[in-house]
Design a protein around this ligand. Structure first.
Ligand SMILES: C=CC1=C(C)c2cc3[nH]c(cc4nc(cc5[nH]c(cc1n2)c(C)c5CCC(=O)O)C(CCC(=O)O)=C4C)c(C)c3C=C
Ligand SMILES: [Fe+2]
Ligand SMILES: [Fe+2]
Length: 360
């Protein structure tokens, strides 16, 4: 067996801790060809679509990859910035801000980078880059607060696929969820409070999460429960009563049943029920992306106003806001505690050995 990277493996004289933030991924450009490449990789992942492989291969290659790339490219074009995809830019900004925070605490010991599960920069590419920078201990933080087999487990698959090809593996911490971490709950609650300082409160606060097939919940995926818990904890932090907020699921794909209630159907029904103003927050997305900037802030806004709603406000994701970076720093530091303590005690042992050597 020829292991990858073996020739480049160096014995680092300065072993470091690598922190790898990951997110879903995004196309390289808002164009049909780039969308086809991205969707092919994404939708071929058996963690994402659990339909039997052969049946799915025909649906994906025969139908979806012929229709969806052009349609999705148009949607992406509407949110694309001069620097590129919002998801990519936000994730990069998060990694830079977290690096600054951790450098202030730990000096050069911790190196932070980011990667995408699908598309670029890839997880394999960034694992090698962190290794080359001396990372022999690795903390991976998928930026999905709620665990889902389709996102978190898929990220772990990508890591293990890369590790299978390596001779020398780093020590590994993998953060599989932080849906109820007090620092994350506080960051979401604060972003809503800040919104309320500038805008009058609406009739209803809606927590909207990306959906997944109902079958995944039936087969034991904890995602649905973790989404509901996040909403409840944020609502409690804000002192909201049950009738003042709700949880809904967006971004359906295909014809099977997905987690309910569906956001679009709920918004269309609300004006008739007397709910004329809504504020929507998406705590399952750590970065603004197509699903928030277009699907929520444009498409779903249209459904609500079209059904007689009067005021629709979207509360942005935490992105690289200071409160979010503080929360990520806390989550990461809790996981790094043993490694940092170990390094400190190793340092002390080395100092003592040097001192003894000097005395002899
Ligand atoms: C086909 C099934 C899909 C599952 C299951 C799914 C789960 C899931 N996705 C996110 C987060 C994001 N998804 C995004 C885009 C996106 N998602 C799907 C399909 C499924 N997602 C598609 C086909 C797309 C591409 C866009 C499109 O063609 O409509 C994004 C945005 C990426 C961006 O570039 O901006 C995010 C983020 C979660 C959290 C999740 C499971 C819980
Ligand atoms: Fe998705
Ligand atoms: Fe969508």
């Amino acid at each position: 067996m020829k292991y990858i990277g073996t020739d480049n493996f160096k014995h680092s004289d300065k072993p470091r801790i690598g922190v790898l933030l990951t997110n879903l991924g995004t196309p390289d450009a808002a164009e049909k060809r780039a969308l086809r490449r991205y969707l092919k990789q994404f939708l071929s992942d058996p963690r994402v679509v659990e339909i039997p492989r052969l049946v799915w291969w025909f649906i994906l290659h025969g139908v979806i990859l012929n229709i969806r790339p052009a349609r999705s490219a148009q949607s992406y074009a509407s949110i694309w910035t001069e620097e590129g995809s919002p998801l990519l830019l936000n994730t990069k900004a998060q990694a830079e801000a977290l690096q600054a925070a951790l450098s202030a605490r730990c000096g050069e010991r911790v190196v932070v980078d980011f990667a995408m599960r699908y598309g670029n920069p890839s997880i394999a590419q960034k694992l090698q880059s962190l290794w080359n920078r001396g990372a022999r201990q690795l903390l991976v933080l998928p930026l999905y607060p709620q665990y889902s087999c389709s996102t978190t487990a898929s990220t772990f698959d990508a890591l293990s696929q890369d590790f299978r090809r390596r001779r020398w593996l780093p020590e590994l911490h993998f953060i599989s969820q932080y849906h109820d971490h007090p620092a994350y709950i506080a960051a979401v609650a604060n972003s809503i409070r800040e919104h309320w300082q500038q805008h009058e409160r609406a009739d209803k606060l809606i927590f909207s999460f990306h959906g997944e097939p109902q079958a995944y919940l039936d087969r034991g995926d904890p995602y649905h429960c973790q989404c509901l818990k996040t909403s409840r904890l944020v609502a409690e932090a804000l002192g909201l009563e049950e009738h003042e907020y709700m949880t809904a699921f967006q971004s359906r794909f295909g014809r099977a049943a997905w987690l309910q209630p569906y956001l679009d159907a709920s918004l269309k029904a609300m004006p008739e029920q007397g709910i004329k103003s809504v504020q929507i927050v998406c705590p399952g997305f750590s970065s603004d992306c197509l699903e928030t900037l277009e699907e929520i802030a444009v498409e779903n806004k249209g459904y609500f106003l079209g059904a007689g709603g009067e005021r629709f406000e979207y509360i942005p994701c935490l992105n690289a806001q200071a409160g979010h970076i503080d929360a990520l720093e806390q989550i990461v530091m809790e996981h790094l505690a043993t490694w940092l303590a170990q390094a400190e005690s190793d340092g002390r042992t080395q100092d003592r050995a040097l001192k003894l050597g000097a005395e002899q």
